[in-house]
Design a protein around this ligand. Structure first.
Ligand SMILES: *Cc1c(COP(=O)(O)O)cnc(C)c1O
Length: 469
C-alpha cells in the first residue's frame, strides 16, 4: 500500500482531467477539460458527532468541518491558524449571528466580514490557503476573476497582502454599485489590478473562462481562480449551514434554508452539508428575474434569456457555473454524459434535463423568482413589521422562503448575503433610510481609486494584463 495514496482527491465534472489533491485544485480553478472540480467523496458526520459541536465557536467548527477536506496537504495546526485569523477579522463576535424575525423564521447574517457580503467567509480563507501553498511550493500565481460586485472586493481584500499573488479583477463598467466599486478600486496595492469592462457580467465571465482554457497569453504563467468555480470557496461555505442548524436544535431537528442565488455556489454548499449528514428539510433557490434556475427546477426549462439588470446585481447572471456540479450528481457522476449535456445546453440542441434527472432536482430543491417591485415591498414591510432592514438579495431569499415553505414546524433560515448599505439604490427605492457605513469603511467615499476601463475585447484585456506582469 503506497503511503502517498491520497484519500480525498477531487475529480472533474467532465471526466477527462486528472484527479488532483486539495492544494492543486486550490491553485488551478477550472479543470483542464473545462469541467469543475468536486471531491471524489465527502466526509460523513454522524448525528452524534454533529450534536457534540453545539458548544463550538465558529472558527473551531470551521476547523472540524474543513480538516477532512484538506488534511492530505495541510496539517491540523496550520489550518487552525488560518481559520482563526480569517474569522478574527470579522466585525461580529458570533461571526454568523442568527436574527429571529418571526416564529420559526430566521435570518443568518453573513455580512459581518470586511467587505460586508457572505463572500468574505470563503475569500478571506482562500487568500490564506493560497499564500500558504504558494510559499511552500515557492510559486507565484496570476489570479483572474470576474465579479458582479461582491466577489471582487472580497477577493481583493483576501489577497491584498499576498506577495505571491497578482490579481486582475474584471467588473462590468458602471454596473456595480458605488460602494462595491470603491471597495475594489480603493485598494491600491501593486499586486491588485481592477479592470472595468464595457459590457455585462457574463461578458466578464466569458473572458475569464476563455483565458483559463487558453493560457498561452501568460507565456508560461499559471492562472488561479477566485470565482466560485474554485472548489475551496464552496468548501468554506459549508460551515455556516452546520453552524446555523446546530444553533437551532440540529441535528435533532431539521432546518430549512432559503438562499439568494446567482452562480449556485452558496446553495450548492448547503446541498453538500446535507450530503455530509446535516438534516436539512428544504433547500430553496431564490432568484431575481434572471431566473434560469427557477425555470429549470420548477418546469424543466433550461433556456438562456437576455440578461435583465435588477436591484440585486450580485444575482444578475444568465448561466450559473456551479449548477454543473449539481448536474454531475444528477447524472450519476458520469463525466462523459455531463460533457455531452453541457455542450447540448450551450449550443441550444437541448433545453431540458432528462425527466428522471429533473425529478431528482425537484426533490432536492424548491425555487421561486422575485421581481424588483416585490423585492422593495419586502424590504419596506420588514422594516415596518420587524424593524429590520434587509439588503435586496436577502429580501428575495426571505420572500422565496415564505412562498416555498412546505413544513411550517421547521425553522426557515434565510441567508442574509449582504449588508443593506452595499445596495443603497434598492433601499432608497423601498423608501427606507440608508444606514451609515460601518466604522472601518467610513471614509470609503473619500479614498482615491485606481481602475482601468477597457472595451469588451478579450485581446485588449489580455494585453493589458501582460503589460502589468
Ligand atoms: C454572490 C452573491 C449572491 C449569489 O451567490 P451565488 O453563490 O453566486 O449563488 C447572492 N447575494 C449576494 C449579496 C452576493 O454577493
Amino acid at each position: 500500500v503506497g503511503s502517498e495514496m491520497c484519500i480525498r482527491d477531487s475529480i472533474s465534472t467532465r471526466g477527462q482531467a486528472p484527479s488532483l489533491g486539495f492544494e492543486d485544485v486550490l491553485l488551478t480553478g477550472l479543470a483542464s477539460d473545462g469541467g469543475l472540480y468536486v471531491p471524489e467523496t465527502l466526509p460523513q458526520f454522524s448525528h452524534q458527532e454533529i450534536a457534540s459541536w453545539a458548544t463550538l465557536n465558529y472558527a473551531d467548527l470551521a476547523h472540524k468541518i474543513l480538516l477532512p477536506f484538506v488534511e492530505d496537504d495541510i496539517s491540523s495546526s496550520e489550518l487552525k491558524i488560518m481559520v482563526d485569523e480569517t474569522y478574527a477579522g470579522f466585525n461580529h463576535k458570533a461571526i454568523a449571528p442568527l436574527v429571529q424575525l418571526d416564529h420559526n423564521e430566521w435570518v443568518l447574517e453573513l455580512f459581518h466580514g470586511p467587505t460586508l457580503a457572505f463572500k468574505d467567509f470563503a475569500l478571506q480563507l482562500l487568500g490564506r490557503l493560497m499564500d500558504n501553498a504558494l510559499v511552500k511550493r515557492d510559486q507565484n500565481l496570476v489570479i483572474m476573476g470576474a465579479t458582479s460586485g461582491d466577489t471582487g472586493s472580497a477577493a481583493i481584500e483576501g489577497c491584498r497582502h499576498s506577495e505571491r499573488v497578482k490579481m486582475f479583477i474584471l467588473h462590468p463598467h458602471e454596473r456595480v454599485s458605488e460602494v462595491q466599486r470603491r471597495q475594489m478600486t480603493t485598494i491600491l496595492g501593486d499586486n491588485i489590478h481592477n479592470i472595468a469592462v464595457r459590457g455585462n457580467f457574463d461578458d466578464c465571465q466569458q473572458m475569464v473562462k476563455h483565458s483559463f482554457s487558453d493560457q498561452a497569453f501568460l507565456k508560461g504563467g499559471q492562472l488561479g481562480a477566485v470565482n466560485s468555480i474554485n472548489w475551496a470557496r464552496i468548501m468554506a461555505q459549508i460551515v455556516y449551514y452546520f453552524y446555523a442548524a446546530v444553533a437551532l436544535g440540529g441535528p435533532h431537528r431539521p432546518v430549512s434554508f432559503s438562499v439568494p442565488t446567482g452562480n449556485f455556489g452558496d446553495i450548492y454548499a448547503g446541498y453538500l452539508a446535507k450530503n455530509m449528514g446535516l438534516p436539512i428539510a428544504q433547500l430553496i433557490v431564490a432568484t431575481n428575474q434572471n431566473d434560469i434556475l427557477h425555470r429549470c427546477i420548477s418546469a424543466n426549462q433550461y433556456q438562456k434569456k437576455g440578461l435583465v439588470q435588477t436591484l440585486t446585481p450580485s444575482m444578475d447572471i444568465m448561466v450559473s457555473s456551479n449548477f454543473e456540479r449539481l448536474l454531475f450528481d444528477l447524472y450519476d457522476r458520469d463525466g462523459a454524459a455531463l460533457a455531452e449535456l453541457i455542450s447540448s445546453l450551450n449550443n441550444g440542441t437541448t433545453n431540458s434535463l432528462e425527466p428522471q434527472r429533473w425529478e431528482k432536482a425537484r426533490q432536492l430543491f424548491s425555487s421561486h423568482c422575485v421581481n424588483d417591485d416585490k423585492t422593495c415591498d419586502v424590504i419596506r414591510q420588514t422594516v415596518h413589521q420587524h424593524n429590520y432592514l434587509l439588503d435586496p438579495h436577502t429580501a428575495i431569499g426571505l420572500e422565496a422562503g415564505r412562498v416555498c415553505n412546505q413544513r411550517l414546524e421547521v425553522p426557515m433560515v434565510t441567508l442574509a448575503t449582504a449588508h443593506p448599505v452595499k445596495f443603497p439604490d434598492a433601499v432608497v427605492k423601498a423608501k427606507q433610510a440608508v444606514p451609515p457605513l460601518p466604522e472601518h469603511l467610513t471614509d470609503l467615499m473619500q479614498r482615491p481609486e485606481r481602475c482601468q476601463v477597457l472595451d469588451n475585447d478579450l485581446t485588449k484585456v489580455q494585453q493589458y494584463m501582460t503589460s502589468q506582469l
